[in-house]
Ligand binder design. Structure first.
Ligand code: ATP
Ligand code: MG
Length: 543
């Protein structure tokens, strides 16, 4: 049991909140969700589900400048794709009227004031944690004056940045967030939902707890950096005498070879370092989806990572392990040759063709079989042949035998090279008695290789990915560097390969996840057309 479950179970036992559990996932619609958000989603929905409760989706849209409905739509899609359904959908902006009334209430009670100082003066006055701050000269305005000024702020009488509303708490508190935090700022900006109704906007600390409270949230789970905000979260709920949810903090998810900041991910997109938010190299949920990650693999990853109280960094190989494990159970097997060289079976009749029976998924008997055409000329992987093979190389070499998967045992006789010395043809003979069902079918050879019939195979476009960054912690920069200096210039390699002809566009789009035998897991990309299927490599078969 993790520490969050411990808190929740204790609350249930004590009958707190009528022993109910109600969580929320509160994204700011200013970017696409990433794997860190997936962790938070799994946690919030997971806790509610475990204790028979509900989870709300709340868009934390208090910052009109950076927000957009494009992001709202993508967030909704990603949560559903992960396999979760929220009970209620809300927007912090729906609470603007209520929040405004509460602000007037705090002014009436002498707990908030309008400050005319500039941003610099305010932060200077806050001082440093080790010494008390300085009170604003406007701190002791009368209730009447504060109410009048606040109403005129709302009415649009003052320019941006000329005034703020601050809570009147304690300028000497060792917690800097307690030194008269800003509740409202003036911002003449169009909001994607409220339009031009407002020209003052609440700050995160003033909006978040109250939004939780309004929705009857019981446990408000957030990341560790909000721990120092918790006293303020509590203060507003107490001062307003409203339902008081409990904020609980856990360590945010960090992962090697990638970044998690929406601002930086946006920069990668805007400045074309990647091909959009759903570029398969991105740590975004839509990027991982296009890479071929499955919802189950991401949920399993979140579960395996668990919840921590201290910041840490998770190795990306754990994520890869999770998707491998899931796809091994479900992905349909296919033969594809990505770096082809021609194999010619000299003793195979010129015009003969056979249909070889191939297993769709050895892990799942119900997935059945298919047939793959076989003929005299085949493509095999260049790496499966070696001219000067030592004892440790078990695959094809002159005078050695291998099995062609689902077909025959062959023996290499000679090779043909071009003027530059590149191998252009590998010649071999086959043993007809070694086909499955034939007397020699059980004969043991040291290796089995995959193939595609030259006459039948279909060309496909393959995208291979490496890590987006070349160092484990791209945010760790030397002076004068930024995370951009750590981008891996070879993170995308595109090439053409040969795949089984049975794979039509319709079938590829329906099945989506494939294991290219011996090569790895691949995902049929939406860029595919009737003429050319496009596959993204999800992950290799082994680490
Ligand atoms: P960024 O700083 O990149 O903009 P954010 O934390 O501001 O991210 P929000 O949209 O506010 O993004 O996040 C919504 C929820 O997801 C919050 O509760 C936040 O704590 C959580 N979250 C964000 N990033 C992570 C992460 N890396 N690990 C776990 N939870 C996260
Ligand atoms: Mg945030």
């Amino acid at each position: 049991m993790n520490f969050i479950e411990q808190i929740i179970e204790e609350d249930i036992q004590n009958g707190k909140n009528d022993a109910k559990v109600h969580t929320r996932f509160p994204p700011e619609p200013n970017g696409y969700l990433h794997i860190g958000h997936a962790k938070s989603i799994c946690l919030n929905f997971g806790m509610a589900k475990k204790y028979g409760g509900l989870t709300n989706l709340r868009f934390d849209d208090t910052n009109p400048v950076k927000e957009d409905t494009e992001y709202v739509d993508s967030i909704r899609e990603d949560i559903k794709w992960l396999g979760f359904q929220w009970a209620e959908e809300h927007y912090a902006s729906d609470y603007f009227d209520q929040l405004y009334m509460w602000a007037e209430q705090l002014i009436q009670e002498g707990l908030a004031y309008v400050d005319d100082q500039t941003q610099e003066e305010i932060s200077k006055g806050r001082g440093v944690p080790t010494a008390p701050g300085v009170e604003s000269p406007y701190r002791n305005r009368t209730v009447e004056e504060n109410l009048d000024l606040f109403r005129r702020m709302r009415a649009g009488e003052f320019p941006d940045g000329s005034k703020v509303l601050r809570a009147k708490i304690d300028m000497a508190s060792p917690n800097m967030h307690f030194r008269d935090p800003i509740m409202y700022r003036i911002l003449h900006a169009h909001h994607h939902r409220t339009g031009d109704k407002w020209c003052i906007y609440p700050m995160y600390d003033y909006a978040h707890g109250q939004s939780d409270s309004i929705e009857g949230i019981t446990h408000s789970i957030c990341t560790l950096e909000f721990e120092v905000h918790r006293p303020l979260y509590d203060w507003f709920c107490e001062a307003l005498r409203i339902h008081h949810p409990q904020q609980i903090e856990f360590a945010r998810l960090n992962m090697t070879y990638t970044i998690m900041s929406k601002r930086k991910l946006l920069q990668l997109v805007k400045e074309n370092y990647v091909n959009g938010w759903d570029d398969p190299r991105m740590p975004t949920i839509c990027g991982l989806r296009r890479r071929g990650y499955t919802p189950a693999s991401l949920r399993n990853f979140a579960e395996t990572v668990g919840v921590a109280k201290r910041d840490n960094i998770i190795d990306v190989s754990l994520l890869e392990f999770c998707v491998r494990e899931d796809l091994n159970k479900t992905a349909i097997r296919t033969m594809a040759v990505l770096d082809p060289v021609k194999l010619i079976i000299d003793n195979y009749p010129e015009d003969q063709e056979e249909e070889m029976i191939a297993v769709n998924n050895p892990e799942d008997p119900e997935a059945g079989t298919r047939t793959v055409p076989f003929a005299k000329e085949l493509w095999i992987e260049r790496a499966d042949f070696r001219e000067n093979a030592d004892k440790k190389f078990y695959r094809l070499s002159i005078d050695r035998e291998v099995r062609l998967k689902y077909a025959y045992i062959i023996k290499c006789t000679h090779i043909v090279k071009d003027d530059a010395g590149n191998i252009t043809e590998i010649h071999c003979t086959y043993d007809p008695m070694t086909k499955s069902g034939m007397p020699e079918s059980n004969r043991k050879v040291k290796a089995t290789i995959h193939w595609a019939s030259v006459k039948h195979a279909k060309k496909a476009h393959i995208r291979l990915f490496d890590r987006l960054f070349s160092v484990p912690d791209p945010d760790n920069c030397e002076e004068g560097q930024t995370f951009l200096d750590h981008l891996n210039p070879n993170s995308l390699v595109e090439q053409d390969g040969w795949i089984e002809p049975t794979l039509t566009l319709e079938k590829a789009m329906e099945i989506k996840h494939f294991q290219f035998e011996r090569l790895g897991y691949f995902y049929a990309d939406p860029d595919s057309t009737e003429d050319m299927l496009v596959f993204n490599k999800t992950v290799s078969l082994k680490q």
